[in-house]
Design a protein around this ligand. Structure first.
Ligand code: DAH
Length: 351
């Protein structure tokens, strides 16, 4: 027989389960988080339904059936609710498609920049390609013949000292090229005139690193060989070039000496003296040296199996770091190799 007190208590439990059934039926959620909170509150270890199941053993046998059925109903309803809501919410994610939420603002992409040396190299290539120059390249590790001897710099020639050389494994015949003039030799050995090439590349000299010089830098070599090529052709080509790159055709050809050209000259452009910086970089003269050039020495042609009676030509060589320093007013050559993004990203819009 049920006691009166038990009867009241039992009725209250049944009412509570029924109330919970209503609560479960009415529950809605707008996020997976809310569903999880709900699941824990009802079905979790200390959840309400779990508590009610724990009470089951105190229920007298004759009441177990009614209590048990109702409780199972509550548990199943809750589980189904959780499942349905979880499905709904993850389903609503899928409706956003494989790309996720296409309405969200985009992530900002950092725009890269060409290195200033690449920018200047491309400019020079572009200018010369318009008058028919192609590209030619050679190895950075060279032999003595291509770097020196074929260029009229035989062993013990004093001009070798001008280019402090890195030798490879103390072998005097193997070195890092000290200039891109070595590519002239390789190209002439492999091709007969007419020749019109540019050779951009990295060169190496055993020099102390400072704001003005580096042991690794870049040059562009130019070479033009054909019948009847004269110094006037060289000068005209230089005028075309300085106009395109520096915007000035005011140049000066200073007699100079290179073993592989005869006659040889150094090319100055008139930079001007408008600002204090102009005084500094031109040492107060207004003139700036930008490259070396000359008529290819007949002996160099012979060394490369080209007949100097039939052909003549000119060559020129320029340093890319120097050019970039002038064009972009860069004061220290080491900046090209520091890879500091604050420096590099200033060239984002240059091309
Ligand atoms: N090779 C020279 C240097 O590294 C630059 C140069 C001067 C190249 C005159 C030439 C030239 O082709 O004709 O200093």
């Amino acid at each position: 027989m049920r006691s009166y007190v038990w009867n009241v208590y039992f009725c209250a439990m049944i009412e509570r389960i029924k109330a919970l059934l209503e609560e479960v039926a009415a529950f809605t959620a707008s996020s997976a988080d809310e569903v999880e909170q709900f699941r824990i509150a009802f079905l979790g270890k200390k959840g309400q339904i779990t508590q009610l199941f724990a009470d089951f053993r105190h229920v007298p046998n004759e009441e177990k059936k009614e209590y048990g059925q109702l409780l199972n109903q509550l548990k199943t309803a809750t589980q189904e609710k959780v499942k349905a809501l979880q499905g709904q919410l993850s389903g609503s994610k899928q409706t956003k498609g494989a790309l996720g939420d296409t309405t969200r603002p985009g992530y900002p992409l950092a725009v890269g920049a060409l290195h200033p040396i690449s920018i200047v190299r491309n400019k020079v290539i572009d200018v010369f390609s318009r008058i028919g120059y192609g590209l030619s390249s050679g190895p950075e590790v060279e032999d003595d013949w291509h770097n020196f001897t074929a260029l009229n710099l035989p062993e013990h020639h004093p001009a070798r000292d001008m280019q402090d050389t890195f030798f490879v494994q103390t072998n005097p015949d193997v070195m890092l090229r000290t200039h891109t003039s070595s590519v002239q030799v390789r190209h002439m050995e492999a091709n007969q005139p007419p020749i019109r090439i540019l050779s951009p590349g990295r060169v190496f000299r055993n020099e102390a690193i400072s704001a003005r010089s580096h042991c690794v830098f870049h040059q562009i070599e130019g070479l033009y060989i054909d019948r009847n090529v004269s110094f006037a052709d060289l000068k005209q080509t230089l005028l075309y070039f300085t106009k395109a790159i520096f915007g000035t055709a005011e140049i000066r050809l200073r007699p100079s000496y290179f073993p592989f050209t005869e006659p040889s000259a150094e090319v100055d452009i008139y930079w001007g003296l408008a600002t204090e910086a102009d005084y500094r970089i031109t040492k107060g003269t207004g003139w700036l040296e930008i490259m070396g050039c000359g008529m290819v020495d007949p002996q160099v042609l012979i060394n490369c199996d080209i007949d100097p009676e039939e052909y003549s030509g000119f060559a020129f060589g320029m340093g890319l770091e120097r050019m970039a320093m002038l064009l972009y007013q860069i004061e220290d050559i080491r900046m090209f190799y520091d890879n500091d993004v604050r420096f590099l990203k200033q060239f984002t819009s240059a091309s």
